[in-house]
Design a protein around this ligand. Structure first.
Ligand code: GLN
Length: 221
């Protein structure tokens, strides 16, 4: 991980799902996005995006491509990660309404319910206000989306649904360097969540560069 903090290398898990849209949004925010399909590619990134798609398929493919354990280890040791929709499901420590053998990467101390908005409601749009995001509510596109059923103490709730039958449901969370949204900002052209994530990645790179410089000067042991 030797990238310059101003142009961090951000991987997009490219096994299935809406990879291209994330690549475009990350590039527009000044990152150097790269598709990740193999463990060697994961080793080169400063952050990782887990896209929307089908979480059962993605989890199976991640296992088959030997990526599940490396992803767990990387996210577990602080690699910034951002998951949208199926990506949120992959980052959850616990799942509801999932096949019993569905594996996750984990890293977020949350219980996520798959297809939570009901089968009739395949997709819809809603305005969601996100904590810490300037510029007013964003248009959230939900597609067979999950929600966060409950969140542990260390998890910051960034956004909830307002109004309708799902009023108050948690749809955006952050725990340290891990961010997840039930919806798909990569599909709307509103790049504020990607900007937030790129900023998390940049800050971590800068911190690590500072720590390394300290090591070289013998300032830390
Ligand atoms: N748009 C999406 O990512 C849908 C997620 C899908 N329902 C799943 O469970 O994986």
């Amino acid at each position: 991980m030797t990238s310059a903090p101003d142009r961090p290398v951000i991987g997009v898990l490219a096994l299935q799902g809406d990879v291209r849209e994330h690549v475009a949004a990350l590039r527009a925010e000044g990152a150097d996005p790269r598709p990740v399909r193999r463990p060697e590619e994961l080793a080169d990134v400063d952050g990782i995006v887990l896209p929307g798609g089908e979480s059962t398929t993605m989890a199976k493919l991640a296992g088959r491509f030997g990526l599940l354990e490396p992803l767990r280890a990387a996210v577990g040791s602080g690699l910034p990660a951002y998951g949208t929709c199926a990506g949120m499901i992959l980052l959850a420590d616990r799942l509801l309404d999932a096949p019993p053998d569905q594996a996750t990467v984990g890293g977020l101390d949350v219980t996520v319910r798959r297809n939570a908005f009901g089968r009739q409601v395949d997709s819809f749009e809603s305005r969601v206000e996100l904590a810490g995001l300037d510029g007013g509510p964003l248009t959230a596109v939900f597609i067979r989306a999950p929600w966060v059923e409950d969140a542990g103490n260390g998890v910051e709730v960034l956004g909830r649904v307002v109004g309708g039958p799902a009023d108050g449901r948690i749809v955006a969370v952050r725990q340290r360097n891990v961010v997840a949204t039930s919806f798909h900002p990569e599909l709307t052209g509103d790049r504020r969540v990607h900007a937030l994530f790129v900023d998390i990645v940049r800050r971590r790179l800068a911190e690590r560069a500072g720590a390394d410089a300290g090591d070289e000067r013998g300032l830390s042991s």
